[in-house]
Design a protein around this ligand. Structure first.
Ligand SMILES: O=C(O)CCC(=O)C(=O)O
Ligand SMILES: [Fe+2]
Length: 217
C-alpha cells in the first residue's frame, strides 16, 4: 500500500486500518509511513546517540521496575525533539482523529517510544493493557529494519487468549506497521539475530481525575 505526501497518511491505508480493526481487532500494513519520514526515523534510531536509549521497564509510574527476565530491550521516548519525530507524531495524530471519526473509539492521545532490541533481546508474552485497568486502547508498532530476512528471527507473535500457538507472526520489516486492540491480544517478541529497531506506541483514553490529565508513561 502506498502513502502520499509527508503530512498525512494515505486515505486507503486509513480505511483499511479501520475496516480491519472492526472485523478482527488488528491489522498489518506494509509501506505505512511516507518514505521521507520512515527514512529519517530509521536514521535517528540507528545512528543518533542523542536519543539516549535506556533499559526498558515494566509497569507504570511508581510501579515501574526493570525486569530483564520479561523484556531486555532499551527504549527512548518520542517527544518531538527532532523534525522526524514531529512528522511522525503529526501522522499518528492524523490517524487518531480519523479512527475516532470512523470508529468512535474516543482515542485521546498517543504516546510512543523507539525500541532497540540488541542481538538476543526479547519481550516475553504480555498484554499492553489489562481489561478495565489501563488507558491504553490501541497499540501500534512500526518497524525500522532494512533488509530484514527470515533467518534474522525477531518476529512479533500474536496470540488469542491462552492459546499456545500464535495466530499471527509479524516480521519486523522496514516500514511495516501492526496495530491492534491493546487489551485483546497477548503477544511476544522473539529474540533476533541482529539489532532490531521499532517504534511502539499506544493510543489512549483520557483517565484524568479532578482535571489532572493522566500523565504519560
Ligand atoms: O516490537 C514489537 O514487535 C512489539 C513490542 C511490544 O510488544 C511492546 O513494546 O509492548
Ligand atoms: Fe507489547
Amino acid at each position: 500500500m502506498q502513502t502520499h505526501e509527508a503530512g498525512c497518511l494515505d486515505e486507503q491505508v486509513i480505511a483499511y486500518i479501520c475496516e480491519q480493526l472492526t472485523i478482527t481487532g488488528y491489522c498489518v500494513v506494509s509501506d505505512f509511513l511516507p518514505e521521507l519520514v520512515i527514512n529519517a526515523l530509521y536514521l535517528e534510531a540507528s545512528s543518533d546517540v542523542r536519543l539516549n536509549f535506556k533499559q526498558a521497564s515494566i509497569g507504570r509510574e511508581q510501579l515501574q521496575q526493570v525486569n530483564t527476565s520479561v523484556r531486555s530491550d532499551s527504549i527512548a521516548w518520542i517527544n518531538g525533539q527532532s523534525e522526524s519525530q514531529r512528522l511522525f507524531l503529526k501522522l499518528m495524530e492524523n490517524l487518531r482523529i480519523e479512527i475516532n471519526r470512523r470508529l468512535f473509539m474516543g482515542l485521546f492521545d498517543y504516546e510512543s517510544h523507539y525500541a532497540h532490541y540488541g542481538q538476543g533481546d526479547f519481550y516475553k508474552r504480555h498484554v499492553d493493557a489489562f481489561k478495565g485497568n489501563s488507558n491504553r486502547l490501541l497499540s501500534s508498532v512500526v518497524y525500522l529494519n532494512a533488509d530484514w530476512v527470515k533467518a534474522d528471527e525477531g518476529e512479533l507473535l500474536m496470540f488469542h487468549d491462552e492459546q499456545v500457538s500464535p495466530f499471527l507472526i509479524v516480521e519486523p520489516i522496514f516500514n511495516q506497521c501492526v496495530i491492534f486492540l491493546s487489551e485483546q491480544f497477548p503477544h511476544e517478541v522473539r529474540a533476533a539475530k541482529r539489532d532490531r529497531y521499532s517504534i511502539a506506541g499506544w493510543f489512549r483514553t483520557n483517565n484524568s481525575i479532578g482535571g489532572q490529565i493522566d500523565p504519560p508513561r
